[in-house]
Every structure is written in structure tokens, then in C-alpha cells.
Design a protein around this ligand. Structure first.
Ligand SMILES: NC(=O)c1ccc[n+]([C@@H]2O[C@H](COP(=O)([O-])OP(=O)(O)OC[C@H]3O[C@@H](n4cnc5c(N)ncnc54)[C@H](OP(=O)(O)O)[C@@H]3O)[C@@H](O)[C@H]2O)c1
Length: 289
């Protein structure tokens, strides 16, 4: 059922597609910001299984869906159905935001800039630093490319080692900084943690409902690390709790999520959303869970 009682025939529609989608926070975040600015839009969520992706995109294009967020598992597979793709999204190989310009679908990646801005706004100096990323999936790709514009060296540790190699090679080839892909074993992590300044978790380990899990044992952490976990449900993962107890500066995933949403919102509507409203709404919903 639509929650906005004021929608009418002219109301413009925005949405997120993914599979599954019922846990997405994007509708509450965007609708809160749209309502505050009295913009005549509504933001919906659609569960789109992979087999339906092409026909859904064709329908959105034809029936003037103004903006689309794309989440797991479609961020890479959607690219062939787009008319244009921005250079950073092309390098990353993943799109999380689409704008429909009168039937021309343009894709960009706002996860990348959203994650980088969150890190910088949290007071983390990324310039010339060595970074270790846990995971080599879509979010890891976006963050790797965004940070590689400024950092000195990148290490990627992943459960499936060959995926870490592939991402490291892409970073070296396209971003021209040293990048190394490795496994996710305790021995490998122990040796790398002596070398790096910033440690970022992009795996889902510790995400609701497995809230007692952590991608790395507490004993391996030292207080000189800046620890960033891009999970935002829960807001304080076990990884963030362990790192805080040791004395590390830490950052959770909520600001990345809000930043990527705010960049999309502004691109679609030409209006800046109130990020505090977006954040309050998400914290309210997470608090009720
Ligand atoms: N804050 C935000 O705005 C934001 C944005 C995007 C994503 N995220 C979060 O980031 C996480 C990853 O998203 P994604 O889009 O990158 O997903 P993805 O493309 O599916 O990648 C997941 C990565 O995590 C690894 N992984 C998964 N389960 C694991 C396990 N049990 N043990 C070790 N490694 C494991 C995978 O390794 P393999 O290669 O071995 O499968 C892969 O490298 C999710 O928790 C998501 O909610 C947050």
C-alpha cells in the first residue's frame, strides 16, 4: 500500500530494485527527504529476480521511471541494458543509480563517492595511506576505485582468493597504484595489519542477524588502525565494538549509505536532500528492529 496519500497522476516515481528487497532502507530514507522538500515524487521498492531484469528495465524506460537505485544482485548485470554509463561506474564495472533522461538510461556509481566522502568526513586522512579491504565484491570494487585516486597502496583479502587477485589487477591496470590480492586467512591478515593504516570490512560478516560475528579476531587489531565497517545494520557491529575497545578510530556504514542516497537524490531531483532527516529516519527504523 502506498504510504504517501498525496500521490496523483503527475507524481514522478523513483525506485530501488534488488532480490531480495524487503529489508531495503532506501524507500524510508528517500521518502522522508522528498516529503520534507514537498517534492511531487514517490520512492518504491521492487523485488526483481535476475530472470526478469531485462523486461523490468525496458518497462521502466518506456513508462518513465525517473530514477532507479540498483542493489544486490543486479549492480553489474544491469550495465548491458543502459544507454550510457559514467566513466567511474564503467571503471568499477557496477552501477547503483540510474537516471531516465526521456528514455535514455544513464548509469552511475554513487557507492564509490559516498564511501570515500564518509571516510574523509569522519576525519580519516586517506592521502598516501596504505589500505586493507576485506572482501572483493561490488562494494569492495567501488571503494577500491574511489580510494585509489588518493591512497598509496591497496591490499585486498577475500575468501575466494582469485577474486581478490582480479580486483587488485584491475586497480593496478586502471588506477596505477600498487595493489595486492590475497586470501582471508588469519596468518595473511596478521602480516598485513602491521603494514596498513586503514582497515575496511566490505564482507557481510557481522550483519544482522549474525551480529556476534566479526571478519577479524580482536587480537589482531592495534590502536593505530582506522577501522571502517560498511555494514549499517546493526550500527555497531562486533568488529566496530572490538576496534573501539582497543582504541581505534572507527566508522560504521550509515554515512556511506546516506551519502550514496543523497548523491542519487540530487541527481534525480536537482535538489539537495536533508541528510540529517535521512539519517534520523534510518536510525528510527533500525531502533525499532
Ligand atoms: N553502507 C552502504 O551504503 C553499503 C553499500 C553497499 C554494500 N554494503 C554492505 O556491504 C556488504 C557487501 O555488499 P556487496 O554488494 O559488496 O556484496 P557482494 O558483491 O555479494 O560481495 C560480498 C563479499 O563478501 C565476501 N563474503 C560473503 N560472505 C562471506 C563469508 N561468510 N566469509 C567471508 N567472506 C564473505 C564475498 O566473498 P566471495 O568472493 O568469496 O564470495 C565477497 O567478497 C553487505 O553487507 C552490504 O550490506 C553497504
Amino acid at each position: 500500500m502506498l504510504k504517501n496519500p498525496h500521490t496523483k497522476a503527475q507524481t514522478k516515481v523513483l525506485c530501488v530494485i534488488g532480490h531480495p528487497i524487503e529489508h531495503s532502507m532506501s524507500p524510508v530514507m528517500h521518502n522522508a527527504a522528498l516529503k520534507e522538500l514537498s517534492l511531487d515524487y514517490i520512492y518504491l521498492a521492487f523485488d526483481v529476480p535476475p530472470k526478469d531484469l531485462e523486461k523490468v528495465v525496458i518497462g521502466f524506460k518506456k513508462y518513465d521511471m525517473k530514477g532507479i537505485n540498483v542493489t544486490i544482485p543486479h549492480k553489474e548485470n544491469i550495465i548491458p541494458y543502459l544507454d550510457q554509463i559514467e566513466p567511474l561506474a564503467e571503471k568499477i564495472g557496477a552501477v547503483n543509480t540510474i537516471k531516465n533522461l526521456n528514455g535514455v538510461l544513464v548509469g552511475k556509481n554513487t557507492d564509490a563517492l559516498g564511501a570515500k566522502k564518509a571516510l574523509i568526513d569522519a576525519g580519516c586522512n586517506i592521502k598516501d595511506k596504505k589500505v586493507l579491504i576485506l572482501g572483493a565484491g561490488g562494494a569492495a570494487r567501488a571503494i577500491s576505485f574511489a580510494l585509489s585516486e588518493e591512497i598509496d597502496e591497496l591490499f585486498i583479502c577475500n575468501r575466494t582468493e582469485k577474486r581478490a587477485f582480479r580486483l587488485a589487477k584491475a586497480i593496478e591496470d586502471k588506477m596505477k597504484i600498487p595493489a595486492t590480492g590475497k586470501d582471508l586467512s588469519e596468518g595473511t591478515l596478521k602480516s598485513l595489519l602491521n603494514e596498513v593504516d586503514i582497515l575496511i570490512n566490505t564482507t557481510p560478516i557481522g550483519m544482522y542477524p549474525d551480529v556476534n560475528e566479526s571478519p577479524i579476531s580482536k587480537e589482531l587489531l592495534t590502536d593505530r588502525l582506522f577501522v571502517y565497517d560498511i555494514i549499517y545494520n546493526p550500527l555497531q557491529t562486533q568488529f566496530i565494538k572490538d576496534a573501539s575497545e582497543i582504541g581505534c578510530n572507527t566508522l560504521n556504514g550509515i554515512d556511506m549509505f546516506i551519502n550514496q542516497g543523497a548523491l542519487a537524490f540530487e541527481w534525480w531531483t536537482d535538489k539537495k536532500p536533508n541528510k540529517n532527516t535521512m539519517k534520523e529516519k534510518i536510525i528510527e527504523i533500525l531502533g525499532k528492529k
